[in-house]
Design a protein around this ligand. Structure first.
Ligand code: NOJ
Length: 551
């Protein structure tokens, strides 16, 4: 693998800045905190870090409401901190991916302030979607679109003269006005933002809400069951691909840079179009992230993912969780192990067996890291953190919680600050003498899941991740490449990863047992790593994965 193609097999750590490490004691994570823990990430063995948005933001949606795309949120630090962090990470062999949010701005962005001030019909309003309301006095939204966070997707403004005025579109919170991607200012602006960050040494861009950018300018009502695609007014329209072709042209001007799409689409064939020649390098794999812990379902998703990427040769992305979904240990400990955004509101009512969830999460980690392509690890997954379901209502911050009137618990439970050391909160997240508590409360039971505690414990999740990443990195068979399924009984996933013909070193055979009882291991030369102990007879127990050396 040449270093220009690093992203094809990289292990990428998703770093949620607010909750990683607090350098200055204000209870919120920051870039100095990240800089002082880079050695931890190097030691963990990751190849790159993806940062959730680090820009100035009123934090109405945890940074996905950006008021300046070319600076750093003051609570997180400065541009100088970012420059130093990029340089220090590069010196450790770690690449940097940042989040760019092109679907919407913050309502505090200067362009939106200018649009409000300039009034109806102005060029400043053309950069967003302003429309008169319906009904005799214009007090009904321009169409029936609903916000993804709940409630109508339109908010009415007061015009500069004080009269009730136009409405603007926001597919997410009202503080996140959608850009109008048919406007040339918008297009030029984002190409320039890419150049700004590539020029500072950033290695990749994660594109937020990538299927939503372009809209039908007629803004027609949408049917409840309207499938994403060319006829849909705002999801997966054909014209979004023009945007990505121009972004790719920008990225190709810099060596080894990568564009990664966050494209939530149910249809694999439509998804494949985003990695067509001249567009994005890779796209996130949400079918895998939401798949239940079930061998047949996983096999189907794996096969479909590989088939979808095959025509373009794009590598797959394997990801078990992120900052938008319930933590994997809790999910796998429930009776329903799938994750469905639309049903999240119910999940916190179900019982969680944490021991079972942890066992499965360990097995899933080894399965995931053996698959061909790149892998993402959401911070805290390597510690086996669980979803914090009992955050007091008054401390919840996610707009999903507020906009659904508390019906949907939202995403705060997966965003709780990391436990680093010590026996009580803030568990080393903030320095001694911190003036504020962590921005979300940490469970006291996490004393057993701190980085220090897990480093000292032989069979911890952290030790498993470190060892798996070490083997994955040193193996010529793992990472990018092909896989070959092996025959296996129902409930078992077994496949080989073989090095290319000119590579030295052995292949790796991965067996994940999701069946109801122990299974025999297939032929092998040695056990490289197992997610849990084998039985006394050397069999692979339920909910356990093993990596075997072959040859
Ligand atoms: C997807 C991000 O992952 C999520 O956290 C955010 O709320 C929405 N996009 C809106 O930007």
């Amino acid at each position: 693998m040449t270093s220009d193609l690093w992203w094809r097999s990289a292990a990428i750590y998703q770093l949620y800045v607010r909750s990683f490490a607090d350098g200055n004691g204000d209870g919120t994570g920051d870039l100095p905190g990240v800089r002082s823990h880079l050695a931890y990430l190097a030691d963990l063995g990751v190849d790159a870090i993806w940062f959730n948005p680090w820009y100035p933001s009123p934090m109405s949606d945890a940074g996905y409401d950006i008021s300046d795309y070319r600076a750093i949120e003051p609570v997180f630090g400065t541009l100088a901190d970012a420059d130093a962090l990029i340089a220090e990470a590069h010196a450790l062999g770690i690449r940097i991916i940042i989040d760019v949010v092109p679907n919407h701005a913050s309502d505090q962005h200067p362009w939106f302030a200018a649009a409000l001030a300039a009034g109806p019909g102005s060029p400043a309003r053309e950069r967003f979607w302003f429309r008169p309301g319906r009904g005799p006095s214009g007090d009904e939204p321009p169409n029936n679109w609903q916000s993804i966070f709940g409630g109508p997707a339109w908010t009415r403004v007061t015009e500069p003269d004080g009269s009730p005025g136009e409405w603007y579109l926001h597919l997410f919170a009202p503080q996140q006005p959608d850009y109008n991607w048919s406007n040339l200012d918008v297009r030029r602006e984002f190409e320039d933002v890419l150049r700004f960050w590539f020029g500072r040494g950033v290695d990749g861009i994660r594109i937020d809400s990538g299927a939503l950018l372009t809209k039908d300018p007629l803004l027609p009502d949408v049917g409840l069951d309207e499938p994403p695609g060319p006829a849909h007014p705002f999801t997966d329209r054909d014209d979004v691909h023009d945007v990505y072709r121009s972004w790719r042209a920008v990225a190709d001007g810099y060596p080894a840079r990568v564009l990664i799409g966050e494209i939530w689409l149910p249809d694999a064939a439509r998804l494949a179009r985003y990695v067509a020649a001249g567009e994005l390098h890779t796209v996130f794999n949400f079918p895998y992230l939401t798949c239940p812990w079930d061998a047949a379902a996983l096999r189907q998703v794996i096969d479909e993912t590989l088939a979808l990427n095959a025509p373009s040769g794009a590598p797959a992305i394997w990801v078990l969780s992120n900052h938008d979904v319930d933590r994997i240990v809790s999910r796998y400990g429930r009776a329903d192990t799938a994750f469905d955004l639309l049903r999240r509101r119910y999940f916190h009512n179900f019982a969680v067996d944490l021991a079972l969830g942890t066992r499965r999460a360990r097995a899933a980690a080894l399965l995931t890291m053996a698959l061909p392509g790149s892998v993402y690890i959401y911070q805290g997954e390597e510690l086996g953190l669980w979803e914090v379901q009992d955050i007091p209502d008054e401390l919840r911050q996610d707009p999903i919680w507020r906009r659904t009137g508390g019906a949907d618990p939202g995403r705060d439970g997966s965003r709780v600050p990391l436990p680093w050391s010590g026996t009580e909160p803030p568990f080393g997240f903030s320095p001694a003498g911190a003036v504020r508590e962590p921005w979300l409360p940490q469970p006291k039971e996490w004393r057993e899941l701190t980085v220090s505690a897990e480093s000292a414990s032989g069979d911890s999740m952290l030790r498993l991740y470190r060892e798996a990443l070490r083997i994955r990195r040193s193996s010529v068979a793992l990472g990018d490449g092909v896989m070959a399924w092996l025959p296996a009984i129902s409930g078992v996933l077994a496949f080989d990863r073989l090095p290319g013909s000119d590579a030295a070193g052995g292949g790796v055979r991965c067996v994940a047992n999701l069946s109801g009882g122990p299974v025999e291991l297939p032929p092998h030369a040695a056990v490289l790593l197992a997610s849990g102990p084998l039985t006394g007879e050397g069999k692979l127990p339920t909910d356990t994965t093993v990596w075997l050396r072959i040859q």
